[in-house]
Design a protein around this ligand. Structure first.
Ligand SMILES: [Zn+2]
Ligand SMILES: [Zn+2]
Length: 80
């Protein structure tokens, strides 16, 4: 049997041409996955930037529940 050409009927039995059926499905999937990865990376970067700027917004101090006092942004003991 010859290899399936892009203009021949798709071997999956849909009756469509291969290029309009499983071939294009594969292309759509890989491009969607790449888009998802890019979108996810951008989203994570934005979220990280937002949470970082929020943490640093309040005069650079972080409340420590364990110690019951504020630490500065680098995690050191803040002077009272
Ligand atoms: Zn197909
Ligand atoms: Zn402390």
């Amino acid at each position: 049997m010859a290899r399936t050409g892009r203009n021949e009927t798709c071997p999956c039995g849909s009756g469509k041409k291969f290029k309009h059926c499983c071939a294009s499905k594969k292309n759509t999937w890989s491009s969607r996955i790449i888009l998802l990865i890019i979108a996810g990376t951008v989203l994570l970067a934005v979220l990280a930037a937002v949470s970082y700027s929020r943490q640093g917004a309040g005069s650079g101090r972080v409340w420590s529940v364990e110690h019951g006092h504020y630490h500065d942004a680098s995690g050191r003991e803040a002077p009272r």
